[in-house]
Design a protein around this ligand. Structure first.
Ligand code: G1P
Length: 289
């Protein structure tokens, strides 16, 4: 069987980012930087590393900065050129490799993650595709999506990244039950979105990385809204898992929930300690503290 190749990565970036107000009043939360790169750039770099060459951003109002970030900045480049700032010029020009293209789709109503993914249907069409939630960062030599692409080549079907989380955090996630708790990848039997602690089928929480088959789209188009009026990706994947193989994969690496202030700060500290220009000075500062 020829395994599908994942070329398109969908980034649902229409959310309001209320947890970071007032910082996100006029700035997209995905543009908040971890050290010197915005969250969305880390996510795009992970997709490119995994072999994707078409980035599909599902955006909303106040997200224009994301489009600008991945576009050429002619005035800035001219200015840097005239000041002979070759290093900075290279950074600005290489935000995205030349072979990679971007599409931007507006999600006019905040109707949930499932709805955001469905908005990407006209561009993704009938291909397997990736979904990356830029809030979730995974630090590892091989990016989380790259690891998942390798798994998908072996298993086929859809693959979702999961992490074991403590009982008290389980209600913040989509949670899976699998055929075999001890193995990874393991076939998904069921999925529930944000269950209360007593109803969670396991402690395996879905983090923001998915490789999905296009059969998810007709399911998303039909799946109902939840109590908050949102169309949940989790509900659609639960149905998909009854029709074809969906695997839960325990990725390698450390995950940071950059949608929370604490997670964002932890990621900032870790990435600063690895940053070539900052590592020494920053470690010294932390030791002094
Ligand atoms: C979304 C998904 C949830 C998943 C989480 C990962 O929730 O709906 O299933 O576990 O991302 O970060 P959100 O954090 O957007 O509420």
């Amino acid at each position: 069987m020829t395994q599908p190749i994942i070329k398109k990565a969908v980034f649902p970036v229409g959310g309001l980012g209320t947890r970071f107000l007032p910082a996100t009043k006029a700035v997209a939360k995905e543009m908040l930087p971890i050290v010197d790169k915005p969250l969305i750039q880390y996510a795009v770099e992970e997709a490119v590393e995994a072999g994707c060459d078409h980035m599909v951003f599902v955006t909303g109002r106040t997200k224009k900065s994301i489009e600008d970030h991945f576009d050429a900045a002619v005035e800035l480049e001219t200015e840097l050129e005239s000041r002979q700032k070759a290093g900075l010029l290279e950074i600005v020009r290489n935000i995205i490799p030349p072979h990679v293209s971007c599409s931007f789709i507006r999600q006019s109503h905040p109707l949930g993650l499932g709805h955001a993914v469905l908005c990407a249907r006209p561009v993704v069409s009938n291909e397997s595709f990736a979904v990356i939630l830029p809030d979730d960062m995974v630090d590892h030599e091989t990016g989380c999506l790259g690891q998942m692409v390798d798994v998908q080549k072996q298993t086929g079907g859809s693959v979702i990244a999961v992490d074991e989380v403590p009982d008290e955090d389980i209600a913040a996630y989509g949670v899976v039950s699998v055929d075999d708790d001890k193995s990874s990848p393991a076939r998904v039997r069921h999925m529930v979105e944000k269950p209360c602690r007593t109803e969670a089928p396991s402690r395996l929480a879905v983090i923001g990385r998915y490789i999905l088959q296009p059969e998810i789209f007709p399911i998303l188009a039909k799946v109902g809204r939840d109590a908050d009026g949102e169309n949940q990706l989790t509900d659609a994947i639960a149905i998909l898992a009854r029709q074809q193989d969906v695997y839960a994969f325990r990725f390698h690496g450390t995950r940071y929930d950059c949608g929370s202030k604490l997670g964002f700060l932890k990621a900032t500290v870790q990435y600063a300690m690895k940053h070539p220009d900052l590592a020494d000075g920053f470690r010294k500062y932390l030791n002094e503290l």
